[in-house]
Design a protein around this ligand. Sequence first.
Ligand SMILES: [Zn+2]
Ligand SMILES: [Zn+2]
Length: 265
Amino acid sequence: MKKITYFLICVLSLSLSCTKEDVSSNDNSSGNGNGNGSIDTSANQQATGTSANALLSDTEYNQLIIELAYVEGFSPSNAAVENLIAFLTERTFKPNGISVVTQVIPSQENIELTVNDIIAIEDNYRTQYNSEGTIAVWAFFTNGSSANNTENGVVLGTAYRNTSFVIFEETIHGLSDGTFEPNRSVLESTVILHEIGHLLGLTNLGTALQSDHEDQDHPKHCNVETCLMYFSAETGSGIENLIGANSAPELDAQCIADLQANGGK
Ligand SMILES: [Zn+2]
Ligand SMILES: [Zn+2]
């Protein structure tokens, strides 16, 4: 129903929000910030894709910390977290390591969350921000649902800031591990890796195209149907394709080439 502006939400299995804002600096001047004591949070509050190079390369940050926040009962599977770390290890240069910290946050049961709600939750609970040599990512697993869900499709995840994404874990539960449904950790992994792909600047979202493979009908997505960054629209074909699969789709060669040209592996 709602035709969403350019805060584009991709529907069904693969979802994101592609914000278009002019955001420039990714600098971190810690010790001088606002909000969280003396922590400068502003470097982590920029538009999606603007920290692609900082995440991919070790030029500015040689270490990555993922803050995994979840509502009790809605944490991602261990397999999905392992896949996330493996994916980042494969595609980014972080010689000092990739680590995960977790925290449990209060339930959002039966709440429809707008992006502004999700931002407010992050601002309330996030503890990890960029610091000298370390870039931080906020990964939030909620039992609330997306306010952008429609009769034609549901949102499973959204990358809504340069180092932040949300996964609608309860919605994923409702679509996985049943008869004629995909394996839960495969569906989780698919959505998580797709959202991380957006933080890494795919497709044409902060990481420049090296070849012409952006889907004209679904901007900021790859036009290769088997690629992780393919946007499976309202048809539901995205989920159908995962039935029986034992791993998430991989990036195609063109998306990998884009990452490599922007400092990644
Ligand atoms: Zn997407
Ligand atoms: Zn691709």
